[in-house]
Design a protein around this ligand. Structure first.
Ligand code: AMP
Length: 387
């Protein structure tokens, strides 16, 4: 049986899935290694209803990927699809990963130092484990490559744009999945749509007819909304001040902005929304207030970009599960035509408002987008391994 493996190597978690390459991808098993870098990383593997765990101890990314590859070693893997955070200005679609493409992508590590090297290490490890399999990269930036120039550029001298200093946008695999789901659920319904991907990473995307026209994330995965541990939008003058007046090094500033800020920094407690909602401290409440306020503010900005709004979608761990957060975000958006049905919201119904603006909860599935992309690419190439 021919199978497709997907690998999604994030900063603290590596997710994987194995799909049977039938007429469309069918999930066989999936799992993840989490708590990388802590004392007790764990491999979880799910197979239908059953689930097993293996404690891996204190391991790094490379060892996490090795543990996953050992787990799937007996599968007949014909292709591996990799989530790759940065495809630069060139990649607007999934690509076969050969040495030339890999060396281009390595150059982009400077643009995404906390993610790209892990993604590419995953590619190298999968190449060694499955030398016969094709390796395919699916880029988080690709979905946003069609942005109009005003949403792509910074107001810097033009040579910086030429050097690649642009607003790339991220979470593109999640947004592609949502756009495809919306097209399936309601093909004519959603000309102007804002998608709120609210997880440990968080951003908004404005979709016009299913195509991305703007994202709150920019050059890096730091901009836009506050996140679990990332600051979101910040006056660049703050960075200059920390560097020039506080004497902080580039590495210290990077740690501050990526790892110590956002919900964690504001609450002084945790990056985990569930912990904050349960804690009851003033600081946790302020962190949630700040998060909701910035989401609301950016939804207004995206509605301005789109010239109005037909649909708002919540996705990601917080967006899919926290009725309280959704209610807080929507509370003052009546002027946009948003009126939540409280009961539908608290039950996590797929449609939580069908007023002037339809508000939906759509669980995202980045792994399935990777598997479909791999499948389509193999199919186009007429691989003998796919039907
Ligand atoms: P993700 O990165 O998409 O896996 O999302 C992780 C975030 O989702 C964390 O902040 C979790 O606390 C949050 N989350 C997951 N389930 C819930 C829930 N039932 N209520 C509130 N937040 C949740």
């Amino acid at each position: 049986m021919s199978n497709i493996l997907t690998l999604n190597a994030g900063s603290a978690t590596i997710k994987f899935s194995v799909y049977h390459a039938g007429t469309s991808p069918v999930l066989r098993l999936s799992g993840h290694v989490d708590a990388l870098g802590s004392d007790d990383a764990t491999l979880t593997v799910g197979h239908g209803e059953s689930r097993h765990f293996r404690h891996l101890g204190p391991i790094d990314h490379a060892a996490g990927i090795r543990a996953i590859l050992e787990e799937v070693a007996s599968e007949h893997i014909v292709a591996v699809g990799h989530r790759i955070v940065h495809g630069g200005t060139e990649h607007d679609a999934p690509a076969l990963l050969d040495e030339a493409v890999l060396s281009d992508l390595e150059q982009l590590s400077a643009f995404a130092p906390l993610h790209q090297p892990h993604n590419l290490a995953g590619v190298r490890a999968a190449m060694a484990a499955f030398p016969q399999a094709v390796q395919i990269g699916c880029f988080d930036t690709a979905f946003h490559r069609g942005h109009p120039w005003v949403n792509d550029a910074f107001a810097l001298p033009r040579e910086y744009y030429a050097k690649g200093i642009r607003r790339y946008g991220f979470h593109g695999l999640s947004y592609r999945y949502i756009a495809e789901e919306l097209a399936r659920i309601d093909p004519d319904g959603h000309e102007r749509c804002v998608v709120a991907h609210l997880g440990n990473g968080a951003s908004l995307c404005a979709l016009r007819d299913g195509h991305s026209v703007s994202s709150t994330m920019g050059f890096s995965a730091l901009d836009g909304l506050p996140m679990g541990t990332r600051c979101g939008q910040l006056d660049p003058g703050v960075v200059l001040y920390l560097f020039q007046q506080e004497g902080m090094s580039a590495e210290q500033i990077s740690d501050l902005l990526y790892l110590e800020s956002g919900l964690k920094g504001l609450s002084g407690l945790s990056n985990d929304m569930r912990v904050l909602q349960d804690s009851g401290t003033k600081e946790s409440q302020q962190a949630i207030d700040y998060f909701a306020f910035r989401i609301r503010r950016e939804i207004g900005a995206m509605a301005a970009v789109l010239g109005g709004l037909d649909c708002l979608v919540f996705t990601g761990g917080i967006g899919e599960n926290s009725a309280a957060l959704r209610a807080k975000v929507c509370a003052d958006l009546g002027w946009l035509g948003i009126a939540l049905q409280d009961e539908a919201n608290s039950r996590n119904d797929p449609v939580i408002s069908d007023g002037k603006v339809v508000v939906r909860v759509v669980p995202t599935n980045e792994e399935l987008v990777i598997a479909r992309s791999v499948f389509n690419l193999l199919d186009r190439q007429g691989s003998p391994e796919t039907p």
